[in-house]
Ligand binder design. Structure first.
Ligand code: SF4
Ligand code: SF4
Length: 465
C-alpha cells in the first residue's frame, strides 16, 4: 500500500494534511449484523422515480397501460451523467406522475401495478464484452449507480480508465454508519458476485493495485474476502483492515487512509488516481454480467429504535417504505423520525409511502425520544467540532457565514472551503451545545449556490455539487 506524504493545505500558517483519519466513535447499534437478507414478496405496486442518481433525470420510454416485465428498460439515461431505469416488477404501467422527493425536488416517477408474477423480460441476455468500451457500455445499460448511497453513475466513474487516470481501484467495504449492515451482508453472503465483479475490473481497468477496505470490527467479512482472493489469479487483491471509526467509509477519507493521496477540492477520485466502488455495486456488476438482469432490487437494512424486528430485506426498487416496514415486522406507535440511510448522514423521509431507491441501503426509524434534537445553547468555543472534522474544517465559520450579507458569506464560505464538507455529521455529533452544524453546512451550500447563480462572477469553489 502506498503511503505518500500528504502535500497538506495551509491553515492559519501551518501546513497540515488535508485529511486525517476519521476518528469519531459513534455507537454501532448494528442489530442486523447477523440478519441474512430476506427477499420480500412483490408489492401491489411500485413507484420508480426517474432520478435515483446524480445527474440528469432519465427519460420515460413507456406509456400508461403498457405491460412491462422485470428488467425491462422503462426510462433512458437523460445525458452523459445519468442512468437508465428498469421495471422492478412485472405488471402494467399505471401512469407517470410528479412526486416530491425528500429533498423537496419534484421529479417524474413511473407507477407500475404488479401482477404478482415477477416475470423476467424475455429479451434480457448476458452482455457480451470484449474490451473496455463494450464493458463500459454494458455497465451503463445495467443502470448501475453507486449503491452505497452516493448514486454516481458507475459507467461515468469507469471513464477515468479511458483518460488513463486510474492507478488504484478501491472497493469500499467500510460500512461505518450506525445500524446499517446491508454491505456487510453482501460481503458475508455474496462472495461469488464480489469475486466475479473484481475479475471484471481486473480485466478491463489497467490499475496497479486493487484494494478492498473493510473496518476491523468486521473480521468475519475480512476473513471471507481474504479466502476469496487467495486464488492464484487474484492474489494481488489486497483486503485491508481499517480502524472502526467514523466516517471511515467516506470516499475521500478512504482514499487518503488507503493510499495517502488527497482528492483536491472540487475534484473527483480519478484526479487522485483512484476508482472507488462500493462493495455492493461491485457484487451487482458480478451478478449482472452472469445473469443479464439489470439493477431492479436492493438490500435494505430496516432498523432503529422504533423498529420492532430489525431485518435486512431485499425489496424491488420503487417499493413503498410502508410495505418494507410491514414485511420487516412493523414499527412501534411512538415514531419520531424516518430516514433514508442511517442517523448520521440519513435524509428525513417525506412520507411513509416514499419508495425504495437504487441508493437506499437502509431505512432507519427512530422513536420520539431518540428523534428529539439536543437542546441548543450558545457556542462555548470548545473546538470539539474542529477536532472531530475529518476534513480539517471549522464548522463554526460556516455558521457565522450564514449571518453575513451575501457577498461576504460567499467569500467566507469559499475561504473556509465549505465545498470540502462531506456532511458526515461528526461536528454536530460531538458539539456539547447541540449546535445544528451539519444542517447549517447544508443551508450554506444551498445559499452559496443560489448566490453564485444570481452573480456568476462571484469568486469561490466552495460548492460544486
Ligand atoms: S459535516 Fe462537519 S465534521 Fe463532517 S465534514 Fe462537514 S464540517 Fe466536517
Ligand atoms: S463543538 Fe459546539 S460549542 Fe464547541 S466550538 Fe464547536 S459549535 Fe462551539
Amino acid at each position: 500500500m502506498t503511503q505518500n506524504a500528504p502535500t497538506g493545505r495551509k491553515m492559519k500558517g501551518y501546513s497540515m494534511p488535508l485529511f486525517k483519519l476519521g476518528k469519531t466513535h459513534v455507537p454501532h447499534r448494528k442489530n442486523t449484523a447477523d440478519s441474512m437478507p430476506v427477499r420480500m414478496p412483490p408489492p401491489a405496486e411500485v413507484l420508480i422515480p426517474t432520478v435515483m442518481h446524480i445527474g440528469a433525470p432519465a427519460t420515460p420510454i413507456v406509456a400508461e397501460g403498457e405491460p412491462v416485465f422485470v428488467g425491462q428498460k422503462i426510462a433512458e439515461a437523460g445525458g452523459y451523467v445519468s442512468a437508465p431505469i428498469h421495471a422492478s416488477v412485472s405488471g402494467t404501467v399505471k401512469g407517470i406522475e410528479s412526486i416530491m422527493r425528500s429533498d423537496g425536488r419534484t421529479v417524474p416517477a413511473i407507477r407500475i401495478e404488479s401482477d404478482g408474477n415477477m416475470t423476467p423480460y424475455k429479451d434480457l441476455s448476458v452482455p457480451a464484452v470484449t474490451d473496455f468500451d463494450s464493458f463500459s457500455a454494458a455497465v451503463r445499460e445495467s443502470g448501475a449507480v453507486g449503491l452505497g448511497g452516493a448514486g454516481f453513475p458507475t459507467s461515468v466513474k469507469l471513464d477515468g480508465e479511458k483518460k488513463g487516470l486510474i492507478r488504484t481501484v478501491i472497493i469500499n467495504g467500510a460500512e461505518c454508519e450506525p445500524y446499517i449492515t446491508s454491505d456487510t451482508q453482501t460481503m458475508l453472503h455474496d462472495g461469488a458476485d464480489i469475486y466475479d465483479g473484481m475479475m471484471l475490473l481486473k480485466r478491463f481497468i489497467s490499475a496497479e493495485e486493487f484494494i478492498i477496505g473493510v473496518e476491523s470490527n468486521k473480521q468475519e467479512c475480512i476473513n471471507k474476502l481474504r479466502l476469496l482472493f487467495a486464488e492464484e489469479e487474484s492474489h494481488d487483491v489486497k483486503v485491508v483492515a481499517l480502524p472502526s471509526t467514523y466516517p471511515q467509509g467516506g470516499e475521500k477519507i478512504l482514499i487518503y487512509n488507503l493510499t495517502g493521496r488527497e482528492v483536491p477540492e472540487g475534484k473527483l477520485p480519478a484526479d487522485a488516481g483512484c476508482l472507488v466502488m462500493n462493495v455492493t455495486t461491485l457484487a451487482f456488476l458480478g451478478k449482472y454480467f452472469r445473469t443479464g438482469m439489470p439493477l431492479v432490487e436492493k438490500c435494505v437494512t430496516v432498523d432503529g429504535s422504533a423498529v420492532l424486528h430489525p431485518k435486512n430485506v431485499i425489496a424491488p426498487i420503487g417499493t413503498p417504505i410502508e410495505d418494507v416496514l410491514a414485511f420487516a415486522g412493523g414499527i412501534s406507535d411512538d415514531v419520531g423520525k424516518l430516514l433514508y440511510g442511517g442517523p448520521m448522514m440519513g435524509i428525513a423521509l417525506h412520507s411513509i409511502k416514499d419508495p425504495i431507491l437504487k441508493t437506499t441501503n437502509a431505512v432507519t426509524v427512530l422513536n420520539a425520544k431518540d428523534a428529539l434534537p439536543k437542546p441548543t445553547t450558545p457556542c462555548i468555543h470548545c473546538g470539539r467540532c474542529v477536532s472531530a472534522c475529518p476534513m480539517r474544517l471549522n464548522p463554526t465559520q460556516f455558521s457565522k457565514a450564514l449571518r453575513l450579507p451575501s457577498d461576504e458569506m460567499v467569500a467566507l464560505l469559499s475561504e473556509e472551503k465549505l465545498g470540502l464538507c462531506i456532511e458526515c455529521g461528526c461536528c454536530s455529533f460531538v458539539c456539547p451545545a447541540g449546535r445544528p452544524l451539519v444542517e447549517n453546512n447544508r443551508i450554506g451550500k444551498a445559499k452559496f449556490k443560489a448566490a453564485l447563480a444570481a452573480n456568476p462572477v462571484a469568486t469561490g469553489t466552495a460548492v460544486k455539487k
